[in-house]
Write a protein that binds this ligand. Structure first.
Ligand code: ZN
Length: 201
């Protein structure tokens, strides 16, 4: 099946984004087996929020941001988490979709490429997953937490690597953040798991 032009345009911009980021090129090859799958759109609040309040892009990320905004109404947006896990306020300002991957708008088994949106003033608690991960920030900024590492404030064009099953978290302050995330290795189709909180003494 041929992808609609709005999907092809966003995929081309994502591919160019990957090619322009040395960390992304080092992390994974751009998948060469992508096949468009006609998935039913599903809207969340993030569908509109990405269009109206995406956060600031860089000069290099602006074309990708525009393409993703045009794509927003056509996407199968997901939450994965429940209100019990993360709270309703979080869900009202968060959403993600799988651009490419085992269950993506473009199917591949070689990597997983997701796009996540968080509104300002949110805390995405500690979580982990088998797959290795490279975050790239497309717009806005946020504070990235990683166990046994210093917090880092990242904005458009910055990246952060998360090793397999190493817990990480994200806090947004006065801006939303839009990220494009690559996964590699085992567990490409799995959902992240919230990390049990240790009791502090
Ligand atoms: Zn992660």
């Amino acid at each position: 099946m041929t992808a609609p032009p709005v999907f092809e345009a966003a995929l081309a911009k994502a591919k160019a984004w990957h090619a322009a980021l040395p960390e992304a090129v080092a992390f994974c090859d751009w998948p060469d087996d992508l096949r468009y799958d006609d998935r039913t759109p599903y809207h969340l609040n993030a569908t509109n929020q990405l269009q109206t309040a995406p956060g600031a892009p860089s000069r290099a990320s602006a074309p990708l941001l525009s393409a993703l905004q045009a794509l927003a109404p056509h996407l199968e947006w997901r939450h994965t988490y429940t209100a019990d896990e993360v709270g309703q306020h979080f869900l009202d300002h968060f959403g993600w979709f799988e651009l490419a991957g085992p269950t993506g708008h473009f199917v591949t088994q070689k990597t997983r490429i997701t796009v996540g949106y968080w509104g300002s003033g949110l805390h995405y608690g500690r979580h982990h997953h088998d797959a290795e991960e490279l975050y790239t920030v497309v717009a806005g900024h946020g504070i990235f937490h990683l166990d046994d590492a210093s917090d880092l404030t990242l904005c458009a064009g910055h990246t952060r690597f998360h090793a397999s099953n190493r817990s990480h978290a994200l806090t947004t302050t006065d801006s939303p953040i839009l990220t494009l995330v690559f996964w590699r290795g085992d567990g490409l189709a799995e959902a992240p798991k919230m990390t049990a909180q240790e009791v502090s003494v």
